[in-house]
Design a binder for this molecule. Structure first.
Ligand code: CP
Ligand code: NVA
Length: 299
């Protein structure tokens, strides 16, 4: 061990560290950290097995703003596509790069990459976790509500990677989170069992949304699940965030979506374009929070 730290799941940071990261993210956003270039002379690799808009651009821009050079490569245009092992790829990357962002299918690929890399590895989404997203979400909630502790979040829909990381984030920051998911689409039982008492999973979206400060949803069909799209869409019809569901939440409720959104599926156009929606602030905050993470981890 060389003392490097990875960010593979939200649990890699303590509640105190998350609070520090969110303060630092606000510094980046408000210009108080302008001109600070901790990545000067450093290159950061970005290995993506899946497509991306926000994660790719916010990391590339963030690395540039911190003085570094992003090096983007996909599985398809690397020797990974011809069978070069993760273990070799991770060790080779570590000889050129000061940090690595990875977006993969199985979480194990990111974990194995981190185990073999001698530089920090940051998870830019796997099938079971999306920790960078949740830091941006926490920042957005803090901006809108002034605090995190005690805030009531309702997550409506698929118990996917975003839901799993949201559970870990809410538990870490002492928030109340209720998830409404169709039967068979609940979040990871392992993650739930490690999350403590203020996380609840139930069936009825109205019960979850009742008196919520924040309503959150994500797509019903995640990347890699396209084969089961028809089956999922039929089971999720009642799990849409629309004006009616919004009426159960607090009048000043904030609506979040990690994007990309499928309008009229998990959320109506009216709500995502409406006055409660903070989805573009949320997307912007990916940039600020990831800069804070890289500043903390990359040496
Ligand atoms: N929210 C998010 O991670 O978006 P991308 O898939 O566009 O990176
Ligand atoms: N759950 C979605 C999130 C995309 C940012 C997916 O994995 O495709």
């Amino acid at each position: 061990m060389n003392g490097k730290r990875d960010f593979l799941t939200i649990k890699d940071f303590t509640a105190y560290e998350i609070a520090v990261l969110l303060d630092r993210s606000a510094d980046f956003k408000n210009g108080r950290a302008a001109g600070h270039k901790p990545l000067q002379g450093k290159s950061i690799g970005m290995l993506f097995y899946k497509t991306s808009t926000r994660t790719r651009i916010s990391f590339e821009v963030g690395i540039y703003q911190l003085g570094g050079q992003p090096v983007y490569i996909t599985q398809n245009d690397s020797q990974l596509s011809r069978g070069e092992p993760i273990a070799d790829t991770a060790r080779v990357f570590s000889r050129y790069l000061s940090g690595i962002v990875i977006r993969a299918f199985e979480h194990k690929v990111a974990a194995d990459f981190a185990a073999y890399a001698s530089v920090p590895v940051i998870n830019g989404l796997t099938d079971t976790h999306h920790p960078c997203q949740i830091l941006a979400d926490l920042m957005t909630i803090k901006e809108k509500k002034g605090r995190l502790k005690g805030i009531k979040i309702a997550y409506i829909g698929d118990g996917n990677n975003v839901a799993n990381s949201l559970i870990e984030g809410a538990a870490q920051m002492d928030m109340e989170l209720t998830l409404a998911c169709p039967e068979g689409y609940e979040p990871s039982p392992l993650i739930l069992s490690g999350a403590g008492g203020r996380i609840t999973v139930l069936r009825d979206p109205k019960d979850a949304a009742a008196e919520a400060d924040v309503l959150y949803t994500d797509v019903w069909v995640s990347m890699g699940e396209e084969g089961s799209a028809a089956e999922k869409l039929s089971k999720f019809a009642a799990y849409q965030i629309n004006e009616q569901l919004l009426s159960y939440a607090k009048p000043d409720c904030t609506v979040l979506h990690c994007l990309p959104a499928h309008r009229e599926e998990e959320i109506t156009n009216e709500v995502i374009e409406g006055p409660h929606s903070a989805v573009f602030d949320q997307a912007e905050n990916r940039l600020h929070t990831q800069k804070a993470v890289m500043e903390m981890l990359v040496k």
